[in-house]
Design a protein around this ligand. Structure first.
Ligand SMILES: Nc1nc2c(ncn2[C@@H]2O[C@H](COP(=O)(O)OP(=O)(O)OP(=O)(O)O)[C@@H](O)[C@H]2O)c(=O)[nH]1
Ligand SMILES: [Mg+2]
Length: 461
């Protein structure tokens, strides 16, 4: 599909910079450049940079010295004829050149319109187009890796492969099964069951990767919890390497949640210090404890802190009960002071033999903090890097469609397991699943969906 109009935008961020880049895409891109650029080369050889001036044809006055490049249709980002103008990065200069492009008949691009055209012209599928935004937004090494692999087509290839396998089953249902006698039919349905089970397992695997994919995009949330005065805020400060939270010897110092981001194990980690969990004495403390509980429920990992100088209590057991089902670390702080109980006694208090402790002296010992960070990194690797390298689902849109597909496959399998399978209904389910696949990759076009996706892009992307 070739657009009839030519769009223009400044593709670099607003503000001052060494250079700025303006982009044009559409059939008049080259003609617009020629109208403004001098000296005019005999021909703008594609992908060659030309040094010259942009002039205002109305006044004849120079606007800026620039580098310009023309890209031929089929080989550009949008697959249309494209031009890039690299000018100096001032607000006035870029604004003036953009205005000249518009005066020459270009239209101001909508948010994400270059990528939208790349999608409409088959240069990218929808999953890849979405990953362009992910590359730009990536806040950690791991997030960037996943986004770049997705832009290169890792997830798209997997989805297309699954869709084709599904389509083959659907075709078999619609054509062959009608013609088969009883015996042949039961053989065919059992073969189909095996294939659909394998497809369902693949879809489940992709859905399993979502927990990890989401944390890559949003970052991991780690919460410090424990009874008052055990040293949670001191640990937060030590982990961050600066005095972020207030520390005093008075129990109940922290009342609200204090959180900060930290790069750990290639991931963006939000680490939160909370109010100590106790039987609250006053209403403010009560609210603080309720908030701690809320954060603990939403956390990806929990660090429970105890005080070396105090025996574990029923409150500790209660805190442990609430976090033990999720990834957690148990820290015994104030190890520089004499212990109230032995390690063995502390372990027995929590019962399971698997419990192990990290000992720290938050304010005194840097090597303890390094060890704690190492333990956190190990836990991140163990819990959130299972899918490293494999196609991963990071977007809610993808997850929801995959859940639809999963449902269709489950229902198909149940139908096939019946004594007289209702093959029409199986075909119906597989047809639904196929549509969901096409919606995922964008081969089934939905203008409203495209509007929503590209509205989140910036102009010029
Ligand atoms: N000796 C020693 N004292 C520590 C250590 N860590 C913290 N403290 C002290 O313990 C007291 C409480 O520390 P905080 O970090 O405020 O404890 P908290 O768990 O955040 O307390 P709340 O906010 O009241 O729940 C302060 O006086 C700290 O200086 C440690 O490793 N060794
Ligand atoms: Mg505190």
């Amino acid at each position: 599909m070739v657009s009839s109009d030519t769009i223009a935008a400044v593709s670099t961020p607003v503000g001052e910079g060494g250079i700025a880049i303006l982009r044009l895409s559409g059939p008049r891109s080259g003609a617009i450049l020629k109208a403004l650029f001098s000296p005019l080369p005999a021909s703008f050889t594609p992908f060659h940079l030309y040094l010259g001036m942009i002039h205002d044809p109305g006044t004849g006055r120079p606007c800026d010295q620039v580098l310009a490049v023309r890209m031929e249709p089929g080989r550009s980002y949008t697959r249309e004829e494209m031009v890039e103008i690299h000018c100096h990065g001032g607000r006035l200069v870029t604004g003036k050149i953009l205005q000249l492009l518009l005066d020459q008949g270009a239209r101001l691009a909508e948010p994400g319109e270059f990528t939208r055209r790349a999608f409409l012209n088959g240069r990218l599928d929808l999953v890849q187009a979405e990953s362009v935004a992910d590359v730009i937004a990536a806040g950690s090494e791991e997030a960037l890796q996943v986004a770049v692999r997705q832009l290169a087509g890792s997830l798209s290839t997997e989805l297309t492969d699954l869709e084709q396998r599904l389509s083959r089953q659907l075709a078999a249902l619609e054509v062959e099964l009608d013609l088969l006698e009883e015996e042949g039919l039961s053989l065919a349905t059992s073969r189909m069951t095996v294939e659909l089970e394998s497809l369902r397992d693949k879809v489940n695997q992709l859905l399993d990767s979502y927990r990890e994919g989401r944390t890559l995009v949003e970052g991991l949330r780690v919460v410090l919890v424990g009874r008052p005065n055990v040293g949670k805020s001191s640990l937060l400060n030590a982990l961050l390497g600066r005095e972020r939270a207030i520390v005093t010897e008075i129990p109940g110092t922290t009342r609200d949640v204090v959180s900060e981001r930290l790069a750990l194990g290639g991931m963006s980690v939000e680490i939160a210090d909370t109010a100590g969990i106790c039987r609250p004495a006053d209403p403010v403390e009560k609210l603080g404890v309720a908030r701690t509980d809320e954060w603990m429920q939403r956390a990806d990992m929990v660090i429970m802190v105890m005080d070396n100088t105090q025996e574990p209590t029923g409150e500790d057991r209660e805190i442990y009960r609430r976090l033990s089902s999720r990834p957690h670390l148990l820290v015994v702080n104030k190890k520089d002071l004499p212990p109230a109980v032995t390690e063995q006694e502390r372990r027995e208090f929590f019962a399971p033999a698997a419990v192990s402790f990290v000992y720290t002296a938050a304010r005194r010992n840097q090597s303890d903090i390094r060890e704690l960070k190492e333990k956190l990194r190990e836990m991140i690797d163990r819990e959130f890097k299972k899918f490293s390298g494999a196609p991963m689902v990071c977007h809610l849109r993808h997850k929801l469609l995959l859940e639809d597909i999963q449902g269709c496959l489950e229902r198909s399998l149940r139908l096939l397991a019946g004594s007289r399978p209702l093959l029409d209904m199986v075909a119906e389910e597989l047809g639904q699943a196929r549509l969901a696949f096409l919606e995922l990759t964008g081969r089934r076009r939905d203008e409203d969906l495209l509007d929503t996706i590209f509205a989140n892009f910036c102009v010029g992307k």
